[in-house]
Design a protein around this ligand. Structure first.
Ligand code: ATP
Ligand code: MG
Length: 420
């Protein structure tokens, strides 16, 4: 048992990790262009942050959190999402007192006790961005535009943007009553979780994954038809901004999102190319979350994007991620004197920025060449007694087998020149 990772977790081995590094690098680079700054928050938080922030009628809080008591009898939870911790840090460090808006990005592991399947893990990773301090729909449009551009830069084509408005606490009241009236005749047929939601947060029932509940909510009154003037204008504004940006979208009144804190804008990027877990990115506006968590009344908007789902999608779409060259040169040595000389060169070349390897298993010459091939070295630098006497090395290009002598002191320069 100890030799297999816990269910729902995955190792990322060196031969896969370059893909992660690629998307992480591109994400950070785009954040820079958009003016989002990285924030890193702890992997665990006080449980209360999530019960208040994410909301205690959500799947996440009701059944998915990794919660435990630490040795000081505090209730601690591994972060199931990135927004609440970012909000907590924003409040704790009084970032609202700085010039607004505050624009964060993060790359974080998340933990949710779910049934593992393709694109659904217990430890997964998210990219996220958040804009605090503005209620203007320009901010919502910017966040959506970012996700759209990022997915585009990742070569993702087969994906659709769906947007909705989930209103505000004011207009939600009316919708809530209408929805309860609609669901009442079928109350007994709802799943137990939804029976509980019926009083506490009936809108969550629309998002229930149980097929029986899905059937019951068909034809239910939709929030979008109950928006107050302010929320309706905001939604129209958002669409105008997206039109101006040239971003394609469809309005989907069924989007509720899995977290309680959303107000007004809710959106998802969905694909059919990775099976049932087709939501790659989800986000929206949360005008009361900062206050709910204990800060001043400051609005925010953001998204979370699942990195595993993104990579799965890129793979299924056949997007090529450039694999970095593994090794520039391998130093093959014959004899003790050559080994000492090779060691010195090894260090020097590495200090000059080259990727250089040498054998550490005392292989014979033939074995060293075989190993150099296995490593995919572009060049092999051969050093033996003759070379040492002459102060040279033989430089062999592995692809062409072309070999020539190079003065030892010129080797670094020669390799760097050939790199370019
Ligand atoms: P789903 O409906 O698929 O459960 P969600 O609404 O719970 O998603 P969010 O909380 O909005 O998802 O998280 C944002 C993104 O994180 C999702 O769109 C998805 O790409 C990713 N994600 C969420 N849960 C998981 C998981 N268990 N494993 C892998 N990725 C996940
Ligand atoms: Mg979920």
């Amino acid at each position: 048992m100890v030799t297999s990772a816990p269910k729902g977790t995955k190792d990322i081995l060196p031969e896969q990790v370059y893909k992660w590094q690629y998307v992480e690098e591109k994400f950070a680079e785009l954040c820079e262009r958009y003016g989002f700054k990285e924030i890193r928050t702890p992997v665990f938080e006080h449980t209360e942050l999530f019960t208040r922030g994410v909301g205690d009628t959500t799947d996440i809080v009701q059944k998915e959190m990794y919660t435990f008591e630490d040795h000081g009898h505090r209730s601690i939870t591994l972060k199931p999402e990135g927004t609440s911790p970012a909000v907590r840090a924003f409040i704790e460090h009084k970032q609202y007192a700085e010039v607004q808006p505050t624009k964060y990005y993060y790359v974080t592991p998340c933990y949710r006790y779910e049934k593992p399947q393709a694109g659904r893990l217990r430890e997964f990773h998210q990219f996220g961005i958040e804009t605090f301090g503005t209620g203007d729909m320009l901010a919502d449009a910017e966040v959506i535009c970012f996700a759209n551009d990022f997915l585009g830069e990742m070569g993702v084509t087969d994906i659709r943007l769906r947007i909705n408005s989930v209103g505000c606490p004011e207009c939600r009241k009316k919708h809530r009553e209408a929805l309860k009236d609609f669901l009442k005749p079928n109350y007994d047929k709802l799943c137990n979780t939804c029976k509980d939601r019926y009083e506490r947060n009936p809108m969550r029932i629309i998002d229930c994954k149980s097929p029986e509940c899905q059937e019951i909510v068909k034809g239910a009154p939709m929030m979008i038809d109950y928006l107050c003037d302010d929320c309706r204008e905001a939604f129209e504004d958002l669409q105008k901004n997206l039109d101006a940006l040239g971003i394609e979208y469809e309005v989907d009144p069924t989007i509720v999102r899995g977290l309680d804190y959303y107000t007004k804008t809710a959106f998802e990027f969905v694909t059919d190319a990775i099976g049932a877990q087709g939501t790659v990115c989800g986000g929206g506006r949360y005008d009361h979350l900062v206050e709910e968590v204990g800060g001043p009344p400051i609005p925010g908007v953001g998204f979370g994007l699942g990195i595993e789902r993104l990579l799965l999608l890129m793979e299924n779409l056949g997007v090529e991620i450039p694999e970095p060259d593994a090794v520039d040169a391998f130093i093959a040595v014959m004899g003790d004197e050559a080994k000492a000389c090779g060691l010195k060169l090894l260090r020097e070349l590495r200090q000059k920025g080259l990727r250089v390897q040498m054998d550490t298993l005392a292989r014979n010459v033939k074995g060293q060449f075989k190993y150099a091939n296995r490593l995919g070295a572009r060049y092999t630098v051969v050093i033996g007694d003759d070379e040492i006497k002459a102060g040279v090395v033989s430089l062999k290009e592995m692809a062409t087998s072309e070999q020539r002598e190079v003065k030892m002191e010129n080797l670094a320069e020669e390799l760097i020149k050939r790199e370019e």
